[in-house]
Ligand binder design. Structure first.
Ligand code: GLU
Length: 458
């Protein structure tokens, strides 16, 4: 895909960015999601390099694109029947200019180096936008926890951490959860780290349980934060969430707490989904039932529909974007909302789309939404609440404190407002009023670039 600048930029600057992008395609073949994530950022940087030629001379863009360190390792483990499995583990320590590498671990069969690099690259700018002193990193494995017993998941996590422990630490690299890694996995990972290192080092992992160093609101933070960000986008347009009809995709941690906060603010959320299809619930999603099905029984959204009764309908294989709504909050996974889906949403009068997942909207879909005047919140800004509360968890660990729920929620709300305002004002400054993609990419990049410049040739 050629690089089309989102903003007016001199051709010689665009030529430099083109060359950088060609280098990525040449050196990292086959990493489609990574190419997509880099492409989106480069399309925004033309005017920044034009205004600050020193950044181009210092090869700041090339340096930001190249991870500081990439670790890949073998994860052997034994299942309940005594059969041996060999998975692959990853940790990409992408950029440490602003603080220790920080970002989640994803356990999903689709995980490969390109996926981890796309997530790590996004994480650099996301973390910079929080203003909380955290670098960017990401990791995971192609292990599939679905259908595995607790004992199998524990043995896998122990094997994974036996290797990962030599690379991470509270001042080095601080993992957390992502798809397939929740409270259960974080517990097993933390336990093995402590056992192997003989250190109570609470700040080496976030998303911990409340009894052993976790923070209030961390479980809720990504979903809550995305709804707070959406509310800010609406506020700029003189609207709020009260009475809005919302479609949410996914049914994991992000989706569940997106629904919770949206309902608290008076919205009506009518869908959830998983890889089998989606549920439309005309009365609004019954959150207690959804939590029971997903978090306790580890079931499917079709089970939710079976238990809910007449108001809910399960559509096998379909996508929530076909359901008319005022607001869409994609909260499942990358590239789940494509151009066709965006066109349907626009036709049905959607006002705002905000990304709870990482890169769920394809580039074509983003253009369709923005061209139609839809408020679009990119994940690296809108879903930064999760990692922001992770940083608050690290602060609490460092001072051996535990803050009450209300305090952390207030801080989260202030951080999301500040991220929103930073993106909005940066876009205005570059003549792209209301374009949060431009605002997030430029503001995130400038923070990291300035820190790197100050630290010499790193
Ligand atoms: N995986 C989450 C994200 O995509 C959270 C990372 C963290 O808390 O470190 O931002």
């Amino acid at each position: 895909m050629p690089l089309a600048s989102r903003l007016p930029a001199p051709p010689e600057t665009m030529a430099v960015l083109e060359e950088t992008y060609s280098g990525v395609l040449r050196r990292d073949p086959g990493e489609a999601e990574f190419h997509q994530a880099v492409h989106e950022v480069l399309e925004c940087l033309g005017p920044v390099l034009a205004a600050r030629p020193g950044l181009a001379t210092a090869k700041l863009v090339e340096r930001v694109i190249e991870p500081e360190r990439q670790i890949m390792f073998r994860v052997p483990w034994e299942d309940d029947n005594g059969e041996i499995h060999v998975n692959r583990g990853f940790r990409v320590e992408y950029n440490g200019a602003l603080g220790p590498y920080k970002g989640g671990l994803r356990f999903h069969p689709t995980v490969n180096l390109g996926i981890v690099k796309f997530l790590g690259f996004e994480q650099i700018f996301k973390n910079a936008l929080t203003g909380l002193g955290i670098g960017g990193g990401k990791g995971g494995s192609d292990f599939d926890p679905h259908g595995r017993s607790d004992a199998e998941v524990m043995r896998f996590c122990q094997s994974f951490m036996t290797e990962l422990q030599r690379h991470v630490g509270e001042h080095t690299d601080v993992p957390a959860g992502d798809i397939g890694v929740g409270a259960r996995e974080i517990g097993y990972l933390f336990g093995q780290y402590r056992r192997v290192t003989n250190r109570w080092e609470a700040g080496m992992l976030t998303g911990k349980g409340m009894l052993w160093g976790g923070s209030a609101v961390r479980t809720e933070a990504t979903g809550y934060g995305n709804v707070m960000f959406t509310a800010e986008m609406l506020r700029r347009r003189g609207e709020d969430l009260d009475g809005q009809q919302i479609v949410v995709s996914g049914s994991g941690n992000v989706a569940i707490y997106t629904i919770e906060k949206a309902q608290q603010l008076g919205a009506n959320v009518i869908t959830v989904s998983d890889s089998g299809g989606y549920v439309v619930d005309e009365k609004g999603i019954d959150l207690d039932l959804l939590k029971q099905v997903k978090e306790v029984d580890r079931g499917r959204v079709s089970d939710y529909a079976d238990l809910r009764g007449a108001s809910a309908r399960f559509v096998a294989g379909g996508r929530v974007w076909d359901v008319p709504a005022d607001i869409a909050l994609p909260s499942a996974t990358q590239n789940e909302l494509d151009a066709e889906a965006a066109a349907v949403l626009v036709r049905n009068g959607v006002k705002a789309v905000s990304e709870g997942a990482n890169m769920p909207t394809t580039p074509d879909a983003v253009h369709i939404l923005q061209d139609a005047g839809v408020a679009f919140g990119p994940g690296k800004a809108a879903n930064a609440g999760g990692v922001a509360v992770s940083a608050l968890e690290m602060q609490q660990n460092a001072s051996r404190a535990s803050w009450p729920f209300s305090q952390v929620e207030e801080e989260l709300s202030a951080i999301m407002t500040s991220i929103h305002d930073t993106c909005y004002e940066t876009a205005e400054r570059y003549g792209a009023s209301g374009d949060y993609v431009v605002g997030a990419n430029i503001a995130g990049f400038e923070r990291v670039a300035d820190a790197m410049l100050a630290q010499g040739l790193i």
